[in-house]
Write a protein that binds this ligand. Structure first.
Ligand code: MG
Length: 388
């Protein structure tokens, strides 16, 4: 790689943030940490800033500012507080790549700020594209801000497209593990505890996305994400269950030929490719041993058992601000599920009712997206109260 790349990580103490720093740790001399941000994990933010000599850190929860400032007072790292600081620091001339790895809708504003400053975006925060895909993609195009997918499926499609030589793609085959409840009956899933839902068979991820994987809302979000990233109609995006999580996704050409991208289920691989693109660097991970793998199996997803997947297709089919409603209602419902306030199928019920009752805006502005997010969360909170 030519020259050091200077990285800002939005959400450095989350699962993707930590794995990004592990990639950086493996390549001393190639990357430099300009900015780290965290919501509440003050202690981890302090130790990350020390290890990587970060130029700036932002603790978004302003009440923890004093703790972070004191923890770094003997270092040259500058300490800031609040999301506005993160939005302004990502635009600094010293930043080359912004890793957008905050969880949920809160990642939208700082990601848009980075796009407006024409930064390369390593996008892990899929909710940004779900809630505001048309706005994000238009701005990225206008500002010449490349968006490099970090989500493993989208990184896989991106890698397949690099091998496509510009030939048109007939279909995207988006693979899904099926989550922990793939083989369970609907009755058994209905009674699932959050501990069972949090036990993902293959991937080690944060709590929000692990629940989204159990409901398959995550795959629905990824359909929407793929639509925006690769300009594909959702009817040309086929979701297929591949429980071993070895095929990260596939593209199919007009002649029926299919290109797949395979690898171990390890997020550091797509993270590293986004950071080093177009080059590939060595990575200390588990390599595939095909004779040990033996079989790779495929199944059709069951939308009766996993209604969230269908809700996501419905939302992108309706378009406008409805995917934003889908995301907001889901964030509220997943939080309620994690607090034992609703059951597993309460999540899809909350999302479905919020979508039915939402005020439809065909071409929302960014302010209308923020307003839609607030309204849908309020409505979701009311519905959650009735389900308790
Ligand atoms: Mg994924």
């Amino acid at each position: 790689m030519e020259g050091k790349r200077h990285i800002a990580i939005l959400g450095s103490t989350g699962s993707i943030g930590k794995q990004t720093l592990d990639v950086v740790r493996q390549h001393p001399g190639l990357f430099d940490i300009d900015l780290l941000t965290a919501n509440n994990s003050a202690e981890l933010l302090i130790s990350q800033a020390r290890e990587f000599d970060a130029n700036n850190v932002v603790i978004c929860n302003k009440e923890l500012y004093g703790q972070v400032r004191d923890g770094l007072k003997d270092t040259p790292t500058k300490v800031w507080a609040g999301i506005d600081s993160a939005c302004s620091l990502v635009t600094a001339g010293s930043v080359d790549i912004v890793v957008a790895s905050m969880v949920g809708f809160s990642g939208l504003r700082p990601t848009l700020a980075a796009i407006d400053a024409s930064k390369a975006i390593a996008l892990a925060n899929k909710e940004t594209l779900v809630a505001a895909g048309s706005i994000v993609m238009r701005r990225a195009y206008e500002r010449h801000a490349p968006i490099l997918p970090v989500d493993s499926e989208h990184s896989a499609i991106f890698q397949c497209l690099l091998a496509a030589g510009g030939n048109p793609v007939r279909k995207i085959h988006l693979t899904a593990s099926g989550g922990p409840f793939r083989t369970w009956t609907r009755e058994r899933i209905a009674a699932a505890t959050k501990d069972q839902a949090l036990r993902h068979p293959n991937w080690n991820m944060g709590a929000k996305i692990t629940i989204d994987s159990a409901t398959m809302m995550n795959k629905g979000f990824e359909v929407i994400e793929a639509k925006w990233l690769f300009d594909k109609d959702p009817s040309d995006i086929n979701v297929v269950i591949q429980p071993e999580s070895l095929i990260h996704s596939m593209i199919e050409f007009e002649d029926g030929a299919v290109i797949a991208q395979l690898g171990s289920p390890d997020m550091r691989e797509p993270i590293q490719f986004a950071l080093s693109f177009p080059e590939r660097l060595p990575l200390d991970n588990k390599k595939l041993d095909f004779s040990e793998i033996g079989n790779i199996s495929f199944f059709k997803p069951d939308t009766e058992k996993f209604p969230c997947l269908q809700l996501a297709f419905d939302a992108i089919g309706r378009g406008g601000n409805i995917p934003c409603v889908l995301n907001a209602a889901n964030e509220a419902a997943v939080a309620a599920y994690l607090h034992d306030e609703i059951g597993f199928y309460g999540i899809s019920e909350v999302v479905s009712r919020c979508m039915d009752e939402a005020r439809f805006i065909p071409e929302p502005t960014i302010d209308e997206i923020y307003a839609t997010n607030e309204e849908a969360r309020e409505r979701a909170a009311d519905i959650i109260k009735t389900l308790k």
